[in-house]
Write a new protein. Structure first.
Length: 133
């Protein structure tokens, strides 16, 4: 397939595997701790290392990303994160930690920390849209 690199294929496979496991763990009857809001799910909007990072509950999605509809739900536990207006796909692990499609091998405590870790990993590169099903 033109444009499909080994890195993108591996990233997509890891994302799908993680998403499948996350949806299973977040099914009704999951422990209450996996849905805890404990302050970590508060909206944020800040400049980090010259990049604008934003996060908010997905229910507040007002098109700020400029990407329109077609957003898939379930991977981020109802939370949306953006880097310079581009959506950063985040996922919540069963232990309450967060990972992103950019830094999925380094779980962090909050979506804000996931956005900051992604900025660090991008090293100034633009966040490209991640193809969704």
């Amino acid at each position: 397939m033109p444009g499909l690199t080994r890195r993108r294929a591996l990233t997509a496979g890891a994302l799908l595997a993680t998403a499948a496991g996350t949806q299973t763990l977040l099914a009704p009857g999951a422990p209450a701790a996996s849905h805890s809001h404990g302050g970590s799910l508060e909206p944020f909007d800040e400049i980090y290392k010259g990049r604008r990072i934003q996060g908010r509950p997905a229910a507040m999605d007002d098109g700020m990303s400029g990407m329109g509809g077609g957003r898939h739900h379930g991977h981020g536990g109802g939370y949306a994160v953006f880097v310079d207006g581009a959506e950063l796909h985040v996922m919540r692990n069963a232990d309450g930690s967060w990972i992103s499609v950019v830094s999925h091998y380094d779980p962090v405590a909050t979506p804000r920390a996931a956005a900051r870790a992604a900025v660090d990993e991008l090293q100034g590169a633009a966040l490209l849209p991640f193809p969704a099903n």
